[in-house]
Design a protein around this ligand. Structure first.
Ligand code: NAI
Ligand code: MG
Length: 509
């Protein structure tokens, strides 16, 4: 490839890519119509590679939530009684339309979130498509059951809850949207979705395109700040279910709101996952996996293996290989197909990551590579940071216990299997995890011993359609990304039909 063929592009060139793909302003999507917020306020969204304003969204509030919940409530009676075939067909059409414009959606996700376009094309949009297809298949799996008695027949029906509040984050917005709305609507619920106030253009574009196939009110979208929309939405008496992905702190608030209505909550809350490398592992594969954990989606991934535990005998060689590979990572314009590491998604996230560089020094860790903002020629307003390795880390340090959500890995040596497992489990979180070894007995025993929802043996981020994702401990409640999610969107109703005739005779004396 020629040096200039893939950039760095200028901010002007990058912003031009938004033309025709991104509207200057987005409304709220309520009852099948787009309208401004009753607050009269808007929020600016940025392109994190250039720091330039990308578009504006509505800063929704209580009155908008009221309209959206009423619309979803009105839509519920007919939607919940629609044919499985109809619900399936809508999800399949969503998948078809996403696939048709895969490159456009990938570019939109990249322009707003900063993720490399190469990732958006092969990961984000394809995963959203496969989620719609997976849950389309779920339309015919919503079986109840029957139980026979000598004098009665019992029928257990599975019924949708009603209006669901769904609140999603900014790191993988289109995946999160698909992962939330698909199981909810395929099982006959209606939705009020609140996307993140920093990254949500792809989600809004999706609903613009799908407007003609979504029956009025079945999905409504209220954008805005969490504190302005969240409590009104989750506490609304007509809302029957809440699902949230984001931080533990916000999850605690969601749970508090949910006590008003006594509604169930599905929560997915990030992690500080262990990635354990034993001396017998394929080292090059393990290095590749550890580097992927570091840079994939700029490290803004809830499942990332951010605590890298390395058997002491291979620590030096592993560190050398890691530094070598990380030093060659191509940081830059995320719309450039050759780029491997883009900017953090927002200024707030950039500042948060940089704060951990200072904390690492204060806590007495060492920075083996990185540890500062990255300079990208032509993009000096972008939120770039260097891929970073912390060494001399104690697992009890805050840098090893708190989710950083950046291209940052803590490297921690261990001596024995027991120690590796004990350190891995020394965390409030338990979402993802990795394990590298050729020993089958060890792979099996350690993975069963790890207190976490997903473990990838000998390949990190080995996402397989239909495998459940969800947290142990404070990483959350419930399972998503699989048909198991349908359990969270249906409740059972028991109907017992008496097969005897006449009264029991209790009062005839
Ligand atoms: P957050 O949890 O505050 O935001 C996630 C979503 O919740 C957004 O849509 C936000 O508007 C909404 N929200 C915020 N306050 C709310 C409230 N009171 N009621 C209802 N909804 C509310 O996360 P934030 O501040 O964007 O990121 C902070 C950290 O959280 C990140 O650095 C990362 O460590 C973690 N995080 C984890 C994610 C995951 O995938 N599990 C995703 C995003 C963030
Ligand atoms: Mg927050």
């Amino acid at each position: 490839m020629k040096p200039n063929e893939f950039g760095p592009f200028s901010p002007e060139e990058i912003n031009r890519k938004a033309q025709g793909l991104i509207q200057p302003e987005y409304g709220l999507f309520i009852d099948g119509e787009w309208a401004p917020s009753a607050t009269g306020k808007t929020i600016e969204l940025y392109n994190p590679a250039t720091g330039a304003v990308l578009t504006k969204i509505q800063a929704g509030g209580a009155a908008d939530v009221e309209k959206a919940v009423q619309a979803a409530h009105r839509a519920f009676s007919s939607w919940s009684q629609s044919a499985p075939r109809e619900r399936q067909e809508i999800l399949l059409e969503m998948a078809r339309r996403l696939r048709k414009r895969l490159d456009d959606y990938a570019m939109i996700e990249t322009l707003n979130n900063g993720k490399p376009i190469s990732e958006a094309r092969v990961f984000d949009i394809p995963m959203a498509i496969s989620l719609f297809e997976l849950f389309a298949g779920g339309a015919y799996t919503l079986h109840g059951k029957t139980i026979d008695y000598p004098d009665a027949v019992g029928m257990v029906h599975r019924e949708p809850y009603g209006v669901c509040a769904q609140i999603i984050p900014w790191n993988v917005p289109i995946i999160m949207m698909a992962n939330k709305i698909a199981p909810a609507i395929v099982s006959g619920n209606t939705v009020v979705l609140k996307p993140a106030e920093t990254v949500c253009v792809s989600v809004l574009e999706f609903f613009r395109e799908m407007q003609d196939i979504i029956p009025k009110g079945v999905v409504n979208v209220v954008t805005g700040f969490g504190g302005d929309v969240g409590p009104h939405l989750v506490e609304h008496p007509l809302v029957q279910k809440v699902a949230f992905t984001g931080s533990v702190g916000t999850a605690r608030k969601i749970l508090e709101y949910s006590t008003k209505n006594i509604i169930p909550a599905t929560l997915e809350l990030g992690g500080k996952s262990a990635n354990i490398v034993f001396a017998d592992a394929d080292l090059d594969a393990a290095v590749e996996g550890a580097v992927m954990c570091n840079i994939f989606n700029k490290g803004e991934v809830c499942l990332s293996g951010t605590r890298l535990f390395v058997e002491e005998s291979i620590l030096d060689v592993m560190l050398d290989k890691l530094k070598d590979t990380l030093a060659k990572v191509r940081i830059g314009d995320p719309t450039n197909p050759a780029t491997q590491l883009g900017p953090q998604a927002s200024l707030a996230q950039f500042k948060k990551v940089c704060g951990y560089f200072d904390l690492a020094r204060e806590e007495g860790a060492e920075i083996a590579i990185g540890g500062k903002p990255a300079k990208v020629p032509g993009l000096d307003q972008g939120y770039f940071v260097e891929p970073t390795l912390f060494t001399k880390v104690d697992n009890k340090m805050r840098i090893a216990q708190e989710e950083i959500f950046g291209p940052v890995t803590c490297v921690i040596p261990f001596k024995t299997e027991e120690e590796a497992l004990q350190l891995a489990n020394q965390s409030f979180y338990g979402l993802g995890g990795g394990l590298w070894t050729k020993d089958l007995r060890r792979a099996h025993q350690i993975s069963r011993g790890m207190q976490t929802g997903t473990i990838w043996v000998n390949r990190y981020y080995n996402f397989k359609e239909g495998m459940p994702v969800g947290g142990y401990k404070q990483s959350g409640v419930g399972r998503e990304f699989s048909l198991d999610a349908l359990e969270h969107y249906t409740q059972t109703k028991s109907v017992v039909i008496n097969l005897n005739e006449g009264p029991l005779g209790i009062f005839s004396h």
